[in-house]
Design a protein around this ligand. Sequence first.
Ligand code: MG
Length: 414
Amino acid sequence: MNEKTLAIIVAGGCGSRLSGMKRSHPTDSALPKQYMLLSEKCILDHAVENFTSHSQIDHVMVVIHRNDEEVYNNLVSRHNKLLPVVFGGKTRQQSVHCGLIAAQKLGFGGPVLIHDGVRPFVEAETISSILDSISPGNCAIPAHPVIDTLKKCGKQLEVLETISRQDIYCAQTPQGFMADEILAVHNNATENGDDNHPADNFTDDASMFEMAGLGVKLVISSSQNFKITTPEDLQRARDIVSDKTREIAKLHTDIRTGNGYDVHALSPGDEITLCGHKIPFDKCLKGHSDADAALHALTDALLGTIGAGDIGSHFPPSDPQWKGAASDVFLKSALAMVDAEGGIINNVDLTIICEAPKIDPHRKAMRENLAKLCKLELNRVSVKATTNEKLGFLGRQEGIATIATTTISFGTRT
Ligand code: MG
């Protein structure tokens, strides 16, 4: 005998209330409900993972219907701690019994938790509390208080009686026992029953324990640890999973990318401004403002991450107040808008396209300017340059263009 902790997950049912007899694909509504998908994983896989990922659980055994071996192998991940499947019986009680017998053969004599394969949301704290509450002669079960008013009805749905809900709880799983005690209780029930005997009608294992005169202790748990039985339950479970997925996505992966492009024409002059840095040159860039194509492209990229239009919609060229303006005004405005939405810039990357002037001697000053404006470390700021191979208007040095890309994380600010 070993004292290791075992979780037995019972998944032998055909799920007649949700499905029929055909068993093939996870999107097929005829599948037993434990194999239906919640997000990308089936319900049973969620349930199994709650136990295989728990530090106090040493092994997990799943009891399945004999006909479901292929679908089980296809849909349930090869989690650590998983033992080979055990085939169940006609009823839940028989399936649990099959699991307990298999556990005994494998030498398990310590705590055992018995869980429904269609309860995918059991919390780690509940599993811990159940394990901590098991003692010889006493089992522990999770339960939550009844909230609704209880009515007892007759055959015509006429109310006969309102039942006090005080001290009434809904029992859930996992239910925790000492392996030898619950096996003895099951053995006894089987010996005293036959196929039609009421001894086979227990809907949970704690009631059998209770009937045997042993102790049952409640651990208060969440109503979210519900059993998926009806189509409404399945929809509720899918809503919970998609809410969780959205929350995780919001916290960890709400990373948005924005791009911007700008071009300004060159005309005779003595300097150009790119990235807020003045470069002596025999031409200047034409535009209503200082025509800094690099800052304009970056401003558009920033606005692109929050769906806030483009530079022209915020600072129309027709507005005289922007005549000759230094373009850092536009950039700072876009930065403030991103900041107001909780955005944190990961990086900015610019490519300046021109035949002349040479960008390389000015690259460091440009990056430092951008880093200061965007409040970024220098290694998050990139300025690259390329020519247009003398092709087109850029190749003929009629203008200078810039492409900008930025990635920004949202929703991670604490
Ligand atoms: Mg522009």
